[in-house]
Design a protein around this ligand. Structure first.
Ligand code: SF4
Length: 313
């Protein structure tokens, strides 16, 4: 629990004592809270496979992007408290359900809990991949520690434009900090492998970078792609997402208050091709609406319910 005492678990370095109940920018104390758990079929096919990715969605988030598609849990903090034993039971149920991996979604601000869980599962011989699924705002100095436990890193890389980063997260250094973090992730685990998306082969290890294209900000996306290409070359595994939908805060702020157009997404996809990226997941334009979550429901993703129904029938 010491890491929660003067919290520096993300680059914001709030320094608050979360054990004493204080909360920093992520909005969470040292009581681990989760919002949803279950086999998830909305990740890239190399993670979801046929049995689902074992997602554990944590409440709160250090990025606090106002447009977050998971805002009910990241910003509004829906969720319930769990202790170590409950977290262990949750992971065990997922493993027994046959998921292909345990997918920790925004785990950085609850890292001490996640680390204890991973250590215990590994000590018991569980060998399925552990996946660190994050906003990209990671403290680079913590990546080597994460890498001791995680097999796969799935970071977002949202902003090359520092002013846009500041407008969305109140953190101007997102581009440089995120790039540093991804560098260390790649150094620790390499690129995602095996890479065989056409045949639905499940990934075991490595890094896949995600980028969500934001409406009105194609230049930001093109700069993200150029940065990544210059740093990691054309073989970096990428997932370029079109699924953005404006949430209530976007409408209130009159910022990012519309969907992406097909022309915007096409321009970004054209640049992916021009830059020669070879290992890329693209989405159908505007994504799959069945995987836009509503965490008020027991099963937040209609797509997961449909998948289960189809499996039964
Ligand atoms: S994890 Fe939360 S409390 Fe800790 S430094 Fe980051 S935002 Fe602040």
């Amino acid at each position: 629990m010491q890491r929660y005492r003067e919290c520096n678990l993300c680059p914001r370095h709030c320094g608050v004592d979360r054990v004493a109940g204080r909360i920093g920018f992520c909005g969470e104390s040292a009581v681990c809270r989760i919002a949803s758990v279950g086999p998830h079929f909305g990740e890239e096919p190399c993670f979801s496979g046929t049995h689902g990715s074992g997602n554990i969605f944590f409440s709160g988030c250090s990025s606090q992007c106002f447009f977050c598609q998971n805002y009910q849990i990241s910003i509004e903090h829906q969720g319930r408290a769990v202790n170590d034993e409950e977290l262990y039971d949750i992971a065990h149920k997922l493993i027994h359900a046959g998921v292909h991996n345990i997918n920790f979604v925004t785990p950085d601000h609850f890292w001490p809990h996640v680390e204890r869980l991973c250590r215990r599962l590994r000590a018991e011989g569980e060998d399925l991949p552990f996946l660190f699924n994050s906003s990209g705002l990671q403290d680079p100095t913590l990546i080597p520690l994460y890498a001791e436990y995680m097999d796969i890193f799935l970071p977002d890389f949202k902003f090359a434009d520092a002013e846009l980063a500041f407008a969305c997260t109140r953190y101007r250094r997102y581009p440089e900090i995120s790039l540093d973090a991804v560098r260390l992730m790649v150094a620790a685990k390499g690129f995602l492998e095996p890479w065989d998306p056409d045949n639905g082969v499940i990934a075991k290890r490595g890094v896949l970078v995600r980028h969500l294209v934001l409406p009105g900000y194609v230049p930001n996306s093109l700069d993200v792609l150029k940065l990544l290409r210059a740093e990691f070359g054309p073989l970096l595994p990428l997932s370029v997402m079109s699924q953005f939908q404006p949430v209530e805060r976007c409408i209130e702020r009159k910022h990012l208050d519309r969907s992406l157009t097909s022309e915007e997404y096409r321009r970004v996809c054209d640049t992916v091709e021009e830059l020669g990226f070879r290992n890329v997941f693209l989405q159908p334009y505007s994504g799959d609406p069945d995987f836009l979550p509503d965490f008020e429901r027991d099963e937040p993703f209609a797509g997961n319910t449909k998948h289960r129904q189809q499996s039964v029938s």
